[in-house]
Design a protein around this ligand. Structure first.
Ligand SMILES: C[S@@+](CC[C@H](N)C(=O)[O-])C[C@H]1O[C@@H](n2cnc3c(N)ncnc32)[C@H](O)[C@@H]1O
Length: 305
């Protein structure tokens, strides 16, 4: 599973040299919080602080000069991820006392983090932009469906605001990790579903289920629970149409995309048959480093039905 754009069309490459004027109409910025900071970015990498642990990870969007020197980065970092292939790699320990497992807080939630061979540590911090949206919209008793739900951050945010949450992921280890995060956050009763997200959503539609919020963070590519191949661009319209059918009037939909094959215009076209433009926000998701570098993380569709 990759959350990274691998390439972008030249029309979209205009942004991201770090400090140019932002086109704020089409951007939303996630922000760090006490336990997470994007410290710096550049030279194809990003330097991040997760609680006490500082990592260096590859970042294809960081095609500009970093704010700090290589020596600054090495002095701060505990771990550096070294890619062995486009999908996997190993972590190099830069400090003898560096932890491989640790936890961080986000508001009242607690997440267990660890070093994975896919360069991720168990949280996509740019999703903070969606967590604040969810927190502002969800009311006690709302039904929220989280598809491609990973380690459960969005599920926990919705649950902590009183939602009944159905959390769907096709990988058992991800459900276990999310369940562990639920326990660490002293929450209960999230419904865990190990299944292909779209199959589950279509079954829910047939059953007549309806939701007050739907969150989808599909990978650009991946495998379903039975090894089915997944390419986002082939399923985008179906995902949006299925979500539309599952939404109560006034319900929200959040869809993140991280695929080079899905541009803002593709999101607009896929959403158009179901939602009018004044129901939808379509924009890029960005985050700014402590050193003032702006990083692009992907595209975002939000709808209020
Ligand atoms: C990009 S991650 C989601 C990140 C998460 N929403 C967050 O920000 O915390 C994608 C997730 O989708 C899951 N996945 C991949 N293909 C799937 C499929 N066909 N059905 C359900 N889950 C799938 C992966 O196991 C992974 O946990």
């Amino acid at each position: 599973m990759s959350k990274q754009f691998t390439q972008r069309k030249s029309s979209e490459r205009r942004a991201g040299n770090g400090n140019e004027a932002a086109d704020l109409n089409s951007r939303e910025y996630a922000v760090g919080w006490p336990d997470y900071e994007l410290l710096d970015a550049g030279d194809g990498k990003k330097l991040e602080r997760w609680g006490d642990v500082v990592t260096i990870r590859p970042e294809i969007q960081a095609h500009f000069q970093p704010g700090w020197t290589c020596l600054d980065w090495q002095a701060r970092a505990d771990w550096e991820f070294e890619e062995l292939s486009s999908t996997q790699g190993t972590w190099k320990k830069l400090k003898p006392q560096a932890n491989e497992h640790w936890q961080i807080a986000y508001q009242q939630l607690t997440f267990g983090l660890k070093l994975t061979k896919f360069k991720h540590v168990g949280l996509f911090p740019e999703q903070q932009a969606n967590w604040r949206f969810i927190a502002a919209r969800v009311k006690p008793g709302d039904k929220v469906l989280n598809l491609f739900a990973y380690t459960g951050a969005a599920s926990l945010v919705a649950r902590t605001h009183g939602a009944e949450v159905v959390h769907v992921d096709s990988i058992k280890q991800m459900l276990d990790w999310a369940n562990d995060n639920q326990a660490r956050s002293a929450l209960t009763d999230i419904k865990w579903v190990l299944e292909d997200a779209l199959k589950f959503a279509k079954r829910e539609l047939k059953r007549g289920s309806r939701y007050d919020g739907i969150i989808m963070d599909p990978p650009a590519w991946g495998l379903g629970a039975k090894g089915e191949k997944w390419k986002l661009e082939n399923h985008l319209a179906d995902l949006i149409e299925t979500a539309h059918g599952l939404m109560h009037p006034g319900a929200f939909l959040i869809l993140n995309t991280y695929s080079p094959k899905v541009e803002l215009q593709d999101l607009a076209s896929a959403a158009a048959p179901c939602f009018s433009r004044n129901q939808s926000e379509i924009k890029q998701l960005w985050m700014q480093s402590k050193t003032g570098k702006a990083l692009l993380y992907g595209n975002l569709l939000r709808v209020i039905a």
